[in-house]
Design a protein around this ligand. Structure first.
Ligand SMILES: Nc1ncnc2c1ncn2[C@@H]1O[C@@H]2COP(=O)(O)O[C@H]2[C@H]1O
Length: 444
C-alpha cells in the first residue's frame, strides 16, 4: 500500500524524534509531537503571507500539563493565533493574538491584553526540571530537540532548503529606532549584511504600556526572543523551576535588563522551559520580538558557539568566580579572541583604554617606563587593562606578551555593562610595584 508522501515524512520525523528522545510515555509524546506540528503550521498561516510554514514549532518534550494546556489552569484562554495559549497576567482577561500577526493590537476597552501569545505557552516543563542553585537550569541542552524540523536539523541558515524568515514591513522611523536598539547588543555583532537585513525584517515591535506586565513566565514554553528598545525589565527566578501563584510566586529578583539589552534566548537555544519570569519594571516600555525559528536559524549559531567556547575558560577565571553561570554567558557573548606572538605590546603605557583583557593562554608581563624589570606577571585566567577603564585614566603600564598568547577582549562598553558585579574585586587588586603609584585606585 502506498502512503501520501507528507504522511511518510511526518512518520519518519516522529520516528527520529522518538529514537532520540526515548520517551517513557509514548502516547503523550506522539500526541505532543503532532499537536505542535499542527500548531506551527497554523501559527504560520495566521502570521500572514510572508512567512513559510515551519515544520514544527515548540519543543517535543511531554509537558506536565499536556499539550496546549495552561499551567495556570485556564484552558479556555488557549488561543488559536500563534497556536499557543494566551499569557501571562493571571488576572487579565486577555485577548489572544499572535505577536507575529501584523494586525496585533491591545484589547478593547482600555484594558491591556497581553501581546505575548507565544510566551504563555501551555506546555509546562518536564517534571524533572529544576533550576540549579544559581537559577540557571542544569538540564539545558538535555531536552534539546535535534531532529524533526528543517529548523532543528540545521539550525543555521543553509542554502539547501527553502526556509525564509518572516518579513514585517517597517516605517523608516521604526527602522531607525530598531537599528539603534540592536546596535549595542553583542548578539547581533557577528551578522553579515544579509543576516542583518533578515533580522531587521523579522523583528516585530511590541509596546508594553504598563508596569508589572509579565512578558515571560518561568516554566513556560518559549517562542520569542526580545530586545529592549525602551524601559527596564526585572528578572525573577523561583527556585521551584516555575512561576507560582501567590505572593512569593515570582521568586527572587536576579537581574534588571535595560534598553539595548535582550532576554528570552535560553529557552530557544536549549529547547528548555523559560528559566525566569521577566516583567516590565516601568510603564511605556518598548520591545522588539524575534520568533523562535528566525532566532535559531540566524542568531543562535554564533551565540551558542561563543558561549560554549568560553564556558569552561570563564569558569576558571578567579575574577569571575562570584558571578552566576548566566552572568558569565553574557560575558561570553561579548568577548572577542585575539592571538599575539611573543614580544607583542598588547597595551601601551599612556594610551587611552579601549578594552579589557582576559588571558586565555600563554604568559604576559607588565612594564612601567624607566623600569626594565617586569612589574606584574600574567598567567592563564589572569586579567589586565582594567585600571584605565575603571578610572577613565591613561594606561598605567605596558603589557607585553612573554610567549605566544591568546586573549579574550571585552570592549569598554561591555566591561562597564557586564563587569559591574566584580568591580570591587578589581579595585582591590594590589599591584606590587609601580602601577598603583600613578593610578588613583585608593581615592575611590
Ligand atoms: N539569572 C538568570 N537566570 C536565568 N535567566 C535569566 C537570568 N537573568 C536574565 N535571564 C533572562 O530571562 C529569560 C527568561 O526566559 P529564557 O529562559 O528564555 O531566557 C532567560 C534569560 O534571557
Amino acid at each position: 500500500m502506498s502512503y501520501p508522501s507528507a504522511y511518510q515524512e511526518a512518520i519518519e520525523s516522529l520516528n527520529q524524534e522518538v529514537s532520540r528522545a526515548q520517551p517513557s510515555d509514548i502516547l503523550q509524546f506522539c500526541a505532543n509531537f503532532f499537536a505542535q506540528r499542527l500548531e506551527g503550521e497554523r501559527a504560520d498561516l495566521l502570521a500572514g503571507p510572508h512567512s513559510k510554514p515551519p515544520a514544527m514549532s515548540g519543543s517535543a518534550f511531554p509537558g506536565r500539563f499536556g499539550a496546549n494546556s495552561n499551567p495556570f489552569g485556564d484552558g479556555e484562554k488557549l488561543g488559536s493565533a500563534g497556536g499557543i495559549s494566551n499569557v501571562i497576567e493571571e488576572e487579565e482577561t486577555d485577548t489572544v493574538e499572535s505577536p507575529a500577526a501584523p494586525n496585533f493590537s491591545f484589547g478593547a476597552g482600555g484594558s491591556f491584553s497581553s501581546p505575548f501569545s507565544g510566551d504563555g505557552a501551555g506546555q509546562g516543563p518536564p517534571s524533572s526540571f529544576k533550576p540549579a542553585a544559581d537559577g540557571f537550569p542544569d538540564q539545558y541542552g538535555m531536552g534539546r530537540r535535534t531532529s524533526v524540523s528543517a529548523e532543528s536539523l540545521n539550525p543555521t541558515a543553509s542554502s539547501n532548503d527553502n526556509w525564509s524568515p518572516p518579513f514585517h514591513q517597517k516605517t523608516l522611523e521604526q527602522l531607525t529606532r530598531l537599528r539603534k536598539s540592536i546596535s549595542g547588543n553583542f548578539l547581533f555583532n557577528h551578522l553579515d549584511d544579509d543576516q542583518s537585513s533578515q533580522i531587521l525584517g523579522a523583528l516585530v515591535e511590541k509596546p508594553i504600556p504598563a508596569k508589572d506586565i509579565k512578558v515571560i513566565t518561568q516554566g513556560d514554553q518559549g517562542d520569542f526572543f526580545y530586545v529592549v528598545e525602551k524601559g527596564t525589565f526585572d528578572v525573577y527566578v523561583n527556585p521551584a523551576g516555575e512561576f507560582q501563584p501567590g505572593p512569593n510566586g515570582l521568586g527572587t529578583k536576579v537581574a534588571t535588563i535595560e534598553s539595548g539589552g535582550s532576554f528570552g534566548e535560553l529557552a530557544l537555544m536549549y529547547n528548555a522551559p523559560r528559566a525566569a519570569t521577566v516583567m516590565s519594571a516601568e510603564a511605556s516600555c518598548l520591545l522588539w520580538a524575534l520568533d523562535r525559528i528566525t532566532f535559531r536559524r540566524i542568531l543562535m549559531d554564533s551565540t551558542f558557539q561563543r558561549r560554549r567556547l568560553y564556558e569552561s575558560f570563564l569558569e576558571e577565571v578567579p575574577l569571575l568566580a562570584s558571578l552566576t553561570k548566566y552572568e558569565r554567558s553574557k560575558i561570553a557573548d561579548a568577548l572577542e579572541t585575539q592571538k599575539y606572538p611573543a614580544g607583542t605590546t598588547i597595551i601601551k603605557e599612556g594610551d587611552a583604554g579601549e578594552a579589557f583583557y582576559l588571558l586565555e593562554s600563554g604568559e604576559a608581563e607588565a612594564f612601567k617606563s624607566g623600569n626594565p624589570a617586569a612589574v606584574y606577571q600574567y598567567k592563564k585566567g589572569g586579567y589586565f587593562g582594567e585600571l584605565a577603564l575603571l578610572n577613565d585614566a591613561p594606561r598605567a603600564a605596558s603589557v607585553i606578551s612573554k610567549t605566544e598568547v591568546k586573549v579574550a577582549t571585552l570592549g569598554k562598553d561591555g566591561f562597564q555593562r557586564l563587569l559591574g558585579p566584580v568591580e570591587s574585586i578589581m579595585r582591590r587588586t594590589k599591584y606590587e610595584t609601580g602601577v598603583e603609584d600613578i593610578d588613583p585606585l585608593s581615592t575611590k
